[in-house]
Write a protein that binds this ligand. Structure first.
Ligand SMILES: [Cu+2]
Length: 273
């Protein structure tokens, strides 16, 4: 009882720190697949709780109603060993329950852990010991989210109202990308791609963690996903690109050294003879 009360107290304290996504009871889903996972959880838990309560009530009823002290001396209860109807029932009913859970959760996996074809943006998430790299396919921008416990976690930034296809890879060992409010745990495996997606319609930050014990600094592999409006996102991309390629001392803004060399070759130079 004390242990349970303690767990509830810790859960309450954690849920009140409002870190976004690290709610020990139920995270508030912010992406449709997070909502699907939540619905699957509820869809399995409610029948399971009903079955649990039913079995416990039946057990208590048998224990109390047929207790030895309430029976005459030498009483032997009705013997049901080898009863065909009962044997079939208590084999078929649990089988049906387990099959229901299997089909229900398999359908959910098919929906939320597949490469989406209508993505508006694609990002490859690669895990390494100990951190995450996010490569944005259209801009080639890479965000390094190096593992830390003390410092600020670099956010993985996405625009709101955008369907983002996520491809997961492992650079060394198996990691698992998990942001409870957004998506289920998705393994980042060396030599094998896994897929998921996200679509966040509100501005905010959500926290996650590597969910696969991957080495001594596994606990440093924190994740922060930040969603911002498209205009803020565009500005953020520009800032990241500027930081990645500091301006060269050339007077003219040139797209790349190669094309600059092409345009400034013979015709452009006022070669005096
Ligand atoms: Cu890891």
């Amino acid at each position: 009882m004390l242990a349970i009360a303690g767990l509830f107290a810790v859960a309450f304290l954690l849920s009140s720190c409002n870190v976004g996504g690290l709610n020990p009871i139920f995270p508030q889903p912010v992406s449709p697949n997070g909502q699907h996972i939540y619905d699957t959880y509820i869809g399995i838990s409610i029948p399971a709780i009903i079955i649990f309560i039913g079995v416990e009530i039946a057990l208590l009823w048998v224990v109390i109603r047929y207790r030895r002290s309430a029976q005459p001396p030498g009483y032997v209860p009705p013997q049901v060993h080898g009863h065909n109807g009962l044997e079939v029932a208590w084999t078929v009913i649990p089988l049906a329950v387990v099959l229901f859970i299997a089909v229900y959760s398999f359908a959910e996996l098919q929906q939320d852990f597949q490469p989406v074809s209508n993505a508006q943006m694609e990002v490859t998430v690669s895990g390494h010991q100990f951190g995450w790299d996010y490569t944005y396919k259209d801009t080639g921008l890479v965000v390094h989210q190096e593992g830390t416990l003390s410092g600020e976690v670099t956010p993985f930034v996405v625009p709101t109202h955008t369907l983002v296809k996520l491809t997961f890879r492992g650079d060394d060992v198996i990691h698992s990308w998990w942001v409870p409010a957004i998506s289920g745990k998705t393994d980042a495996v060396p030599g094998y791609d896994n897929y998921s997606w996200l679509k966040i319609d509100q501005v905010g930050k959500w926290r996650g963690e590597c969910a696969e014990l991957c080495g001594v600094n596994h606990s440093q592999m924190q994740i922060i996903v930040q969603a911002m409006s498209q205009s803020d996102f565009d500005a953020w991309v520009k800032k990241q690109q500027a930081a990645a390629n500091p301006p060269t001392p050339s007077p003219k803004p040139s797209p790349s050294p190669a094309s600059a060399a092409r345009t400034s070759s013979p015709s452009a130079s006022p070669s005096p003879r």
